[in-house]
Design a binder for this molecule. Structure first.
Ligand SMILES: NC(=O)c1ccc[n+]([C@@H]2O[C@H](COP(=O)([O-])OP(=O)(O)OC[C@H]3O[C@@H](n4cnc5c(N)ncnc54)[C@H](O)[C@@H]3O)[C@@H](O)[C@H]2O)c1
Length: 269
């Protein structure tokens, strides 16, 4: 498809839902061929079908981002199908260990005592770090290896969160994983800048996706949970996709190592 990313090839992790899906669709609308890498087979296939309906090229590869073998496979399948890799977007993430399973009993928004550091099992902490931080590292590293081997530059866009800066005691593992993504982004940017690979991140505030829906259902009706947001509202995933497009396209050609808050100004107050 014609557009700013015509002829480019991207992988979007977590592309089966929420912001990963919105980013996949926007990159495809701008002409990129997109591989959707997700554990959610149904959602991933749906996103791929939506891209094909737009006239774009898409591939779904079942991928657990915390599995090195899965990530290596997703990059290899992408290069084999589309001939190369130009950009990686790491949107896959979980807010608590059993998020994908939809386990209500350990949902820290419904049951803050389950998220308390006094009660959380070590394996729950480890799972969040494995997906949100090691998963981002594996995807960024394998993308960089592929780009270096292909002998051209590229872009990597990671997903941090406002929780990289704002502590939430029931989400300590999540907050720590996200501030780790901010530093990982800076380290990768410094290492791979000389190779022409730019590495940036977005740090979303409250965005209307299935992840935020879990937070909404735990809130007391009638309250104003977003009163601390200067723009006084939540946002749609498409508003974050615009920032992903900025970092993926040549519009940000002299920007690397940065984490951009797409947060209605929360980080400012
Ligand atoms: N929604 C928000 O308010 C918000 C705010 C800040 C940051 N974030 C971050 O944005 C990113 C996207 O979240 P979202 O809100 O679109 O949520 P979402 O639940 O709609 O999408 C997350 C996707 O990640 C996938 N995923 C989970 N574990 C995976 C794994 N191990 N391997 C591969 N895929 C996996 C899920 O299947 C899902 O498709 C996440 O990193 C999240 O932490 C979300």
């Amino acid at each position: 498809m014609a557009g700013e990313l015509e002829g480019r090839v991207s992988i979007v992790t977590g592309g089966g839902s929420g912001m990963g899906r919105s980013a996949s669709l926007l990159l495809a609308r701008e002409g990129a061929a997109v591989t959707i890498a997700d554990v959610n087979d149904e959602g991933g296939e749906q996103t791929a079908a939506q891209i094909e309906d737009l006239g774009g090229e898409a591939l779904f590869v079942h991928t657990d981002v915390s599995s090195e073998q899965d990530v290596v496979n997703a990059v290899a399948r992408t290069a084999s199908r589309f001939g190369k890799l130009d950009s990686m977007v790491t949107a896959a993430g979980i807010s608590y260990a059993k998020y994908v399973e939809g386990d209500d009993d350990t949902d820290p928004f419904l049951h803050p005592e389950a998220g308390s550091n006094l009660n959380k099992p070590t394996e729950a902490w480890q799972k969040v770090l494995d997906v949100n931080l090691t998963g981002v590292m594996l995807c960024a590293r394998e993308a960089a290896r592929q780009m270096v081997n292909e002998g051209h530059g590229g872009t990597i866009v990671n997903f941090a969160s406002i929780n990289a800066y704002n502590p939430s005691p029931v989400l300590t593992d999540y907050c720590v994983s996200k501030v780790g993504v901010v530093m990982l982004t800076r380290c990768f940017a410094v290492e791979f800048g000389p190779r022409g690979i730019r590495v940036n991140a977005v740090a979303p505030g409250p965005i209307e996706t299935p992840m935020l829906a879990r937070v909404h259902r735990a809130q007391v009706p009638g309250g104003d949970p977003w009163g601390n947001v200067p723009l006084q509202r939540t946002a749609q995933p498409e508003e974050v996709a615009e920032a992903v497009l900025f970092f993926t396209s040549d519009r940000s050609s002299y920007v690397t190592g940065k984490t951009l808050g797409v947060d209605g100004g929360i980080d400012t107050v």
